[in-house]
Design a protein around this ligand. Structure first.
Ligand code: FMN
Length: 216
């Protein structure tokens, strides 16, 4: 069976992990989407990007009586969320660092599901005062538990060096600044996206190889 000619594009969900009004996450995700749209695999139709904004999903705090690993969902919002994640082969998680970890909204969204994350590929794009590296470290551990494979290249955006606050009042805590990614950021993100496409393609090929040939 030739799977390469008929394969649908590798669907990469760009998960926007912060939800607060005025968040910088929107700018980081927009930049990631722009960089992704320039990737050879995306231009060739081998991969596609789907923005999954947790602010739009507006999931409540986990309200399923049965843990997700049993896969029996009671609530329509869980079934919708499940279908959205199930439809993806891979993810880029755009996460800020909140108190040395990921936002509660992102942890909650991951906790809602289980099998939908299993065997998927993930890339980490973090941001924070120091690049959000502690959030990324936590996210790596969480994704290991739901059996998602995190690619080695990681992208860190610093609020201090990758945002421009020219014209903002230095005492204004709501000033979002303007994202101006520093040298090498786009290259790192491109490398991460290329790894995601390669790994997701390899996993898909392995799965296809394991499936028995149709009889007759
Ligand atoms: C609740 C909260 C906790 C934060 N804790 C940290 C932190 O531990 N380390 C850090 O580098 N930045 C921290 N920050 C700064 C955020 O990384 C920065 O404000 C970032 O823009 C937040 O993402 P958002 O704008 O998408 O919400 C924190 C911000 C918030 C709102």
């Amino acid at each position: 069976m030739n799977t390469t000619q008929t394969a649908r594009p590798i669907r990469i969900g760009l998960v926007v992990g912060s939800t607060r009004p005025g968040r910088r996450g929107s700018a980081v995700a927009r930049w990631a989407q722009q960089v992704a749209s320039r990737q050879p695999a995306v231009r060739a139709g081998v991969a596609e990007i789907a923005v999954i904004d947790l602010a739009e999903q507006a999931l409540p705090l986990l309200d399923e009586p049965v843990p997700a690993m049993f896969g029996t969902y009671r609530n329509p919002h869980t079934r919708r969320w499940s279908a959205m994640i199930d439809a993806c082969d891979a993810f880029v998680f755009v996460t800020p660092e909140y108190n040395h970890s990921i936002p509660a909204a992102l942890k909650n969204a991951i906790d809602f599901l289980s099998a939908e994350w299993n065997g998927k590929v993930a890339g980490l794009l973090s941001y924070g005062v120091q690049g959000g590296s502690r959030a990324a470290d936590h996210l790596r551990l969480i994704l290991a538990e739901v059996r998602a494979a995190v690619v080695p290249t990681q992208v860190s955006i610093s609020i201090f060096t990758d945002f421009d606050f020219t014209g903002s009042d230095s005492g204004d805590p709501t000033a979002p600044g303007m994202l101006v990614p520093g040298e090498g950021r786009e290259e790192s993100l491109s490398t991460m996206l290329a790894e995601i496409v390669t790994w997701a393609g390899a996993l898909r090929a392995a799965e296809a190889g394991l499936r028995p040939e149709p009889v007759g």
